[in-house]
Write a protein that binds this ligand. Structure first.
Ligand code: BES
Ligand code: MN
Ligand code: ZN
Length: 501
């Protein structure tokens, strides 16, 4: 699917479907957006008539698909309710574009023209409205059927054009559409990796995907550390997690240099993604119900890989490193046992009281490894705790940070991309919950405040870093009938990095 932006006349423009907004401001011409007004005029008042009939009330997210509207060249008109004029906020805009593309997907159209970026949104400009519309369109058409046999039905949708009011808007819109497309490609890569089950997506597979990405983008260099290399570095905590698995652990490192030679020594941003390709819990085995969803325990890895792919496609002028510790957490005769004490790369010893709290055990060594890059900031992304889902539900990603500036920047990027996070405290008061009688630190802090104590654990390994932790346990995938990876928080991370240039 391709995207672009163009100035056009809704009356004469040829397209399989033109998408135009309608406000809820009553039965007058007030309720027509600028392009809806043009379609109305060309069709001798057909849109006004529909509004009068009550079939389209303009409520945000309401849609009405029309065919063969007279006086225009488009095959279909999709009317989309936009709520009260000039009252639309970021969340409202996402609501209208999501319902618009969901309705568009229902019909067999090979192209479409979307006029919704003309709708005013509080605090958001035209390029933002284009970029988000492109992203939502891409998200809507995503499908994962790689492992279904038989005939695959592919959508015929080929091009979606975003309408621009002026030539100047068009120039900006083309750039914004390209950026949106890069984000979509990154999200698709992330979702594909995440949706692949554990028997396909092993640590070795993730490492190989990293190498593939480096082949696709010459600006990315890939390195893969083997278990032997990790042993030499003293990553005893990371390696303890995969002891029970036949699959060898890997540490994938991707380096993107987007800066010209003169600025090459600018400090990199570092993203660390939890890559547990299957989390059975290990000897502290999880209960059977819904255990299949633990194939998603590598969504942190998938999201940071998707992010660096998007950044490379955009050719963003920054330096970015991605570190992916990847393992399979299984019970086995060599598996780590509750009570075992392991030594991390930082030198701190850890009492493994629960082998199911494995994410922090691989992240702590990856975070220590991140120090060597002298990073500007380090952000780890992980499906880390069920407690995060209990605390925040499935709406925001959980955020913990040792730096207010970094935390605020991430929260702001989450608002802009509507891929939001919510910050939890990292107060000293929680730290003693991790006390161990036999080692420097225990890997669990009890039931209460589970997301925070997991963050406290990581904070013991990030004292030298400007660091933030994103717990995506509630946001990385959907359960139930529409089970599947969401691609979050790729758009938040890309926005954060775009905001840095
Ligand atoms: N991968 C899980 C966290 C998880 C659970 C994410 C459910 C999404 C849904 C993690 O490795 C884990 O098992 N965490 C434990 C920690 C506990 C043992 C302290 C948890 O949350 O129960
Ligand atoms: Mn676990
Ligand atoms: Zn896990």
């Amino acid at each position: 699917m391709k995207f672009n932006a163009k100035t056009l006349n809704p009356k004469t423009h040829r397209t399989a479907c033109i998408i135009a907004g309608v406000y809820s401001d009553g039965h007058s011409n007030n309720s027509l957006s600028s392009s809806a007004a043009k379609i109305n005029e060309a069709s001798n008042g057909m849109i006004s008539e529909i509004i009068k009939s009550g079939d389209m009330k303009g409520k945000a997210g309401q849609t009405l698909m029309l065919r063969k509207v007279s006086g225009i060249k488009a095959d279909r008109v999709l009317l989309v309710g936009c709520g009260e004029k000039d009252k639309l906020d970021t969340a409202g805009y996402f609501k209208i574009i999501r319902s618009a593309f969901a309705a568009l997907k229902q019909v067999e159209a090979k192209d479409a023209t979307c006029c919704l970026p003309e709708i005013a949104v509080t605090k958001r400009d035209y390029p933002w409205r284009v970029q988000q519309a492109v992203r939502v369109a891409g998200e809507t058409y995503y499908k994962f059927d790689a492992l279904k046999s038989g005939k695959k039905t592919k959508s015929i949708m080929a091009t979606i054009t975003m309408a621009a009011a002026t030539k100047a808007e068009m120039t900006k819109g083309v750039i914004a559409a390209k950026q949106g497309e890069a984000i979509i490609n990154g999200m698709h890569l992330s979702r594909d990796l995440a949706n692949l089950p554990g028997n396909y997506c092993t640590p070795t597979y993730i490492a190989d995907q990293g190498k593939e990405l480096a082949k696709k983008f010459p600006s990315i260099k890939a390195t893969v550390l083997s278990e032997t290399a990790m042993e030499k570095l003293g990553m005893g905590s990371l390696l303890s997690v995969s002891r029970g698995s036949a699959e060898p652990a890997k540490l994938l490192v991707l380096k993107y240099e987007g800066l010209k030679k003169s600025a090459k020594n600018q400090k990199p941003y570092v993203l660390v993604g939890k890559g547990v390709t299957f989390d059975s819990g290990g000897i502290s085995l999880k209960p059977g119900g819904g255990m299949d969803e633990m194939k998603y325990d590598m969504c942190g890895a998938a999201s940071v890989i998707g992010t660096i792919a998007a950044i490379a496609e955009m050719k963003l002028p920054i330096n970015l490193n991605v570190i992916v510790p990847t393992v399979e957490n299984m019970p086995g005769s060599k598996a780590t046992k509750p009570g075992d004490i392991v030594t991390s790369m930082s030198g701190q010893t850890i009492e493994v009281l629960n082998t199911d709290a494995e994410g922090r055990l691989i992240l702590c060594d990856a975070l220590t490894y991140a120090e060597r890059f002298k990073p500007e900031a380090v952000i780890d992304v992980a499906t880390l705790t069920g407690a995060c889902v209990v605390a925040l539900g499935k709406v925001p990603t959980g955020l913990i940070s040792n730096d207010d500036g970094l935390a605020d920047d991430l929260l702001a990027a989450g608002e802009t991309s509507h891929d939001r996070a919510w910050r939890m405290p990292l107060w000293e008061d929680y730290q003693s919950l991790l006390d161990s009688n036999f080692a420097d630190i225990a890997n669990i802090g009890g039931r209460d405040g589970g997301m925070i104590t997991a963050g406290c654990f990581l904070s013991r390994f990030t004292k030298k870093l400007t660091w933030a932790h994103l717990d995506i346990a509630g946001t990385a995938w959907h359960s139930g009938k529409s089970k599947g990876a969401t691609g979050r928080p790729v758009s938040m991370l890309v926005q954060y990095l775009m905001d840095r240039v």
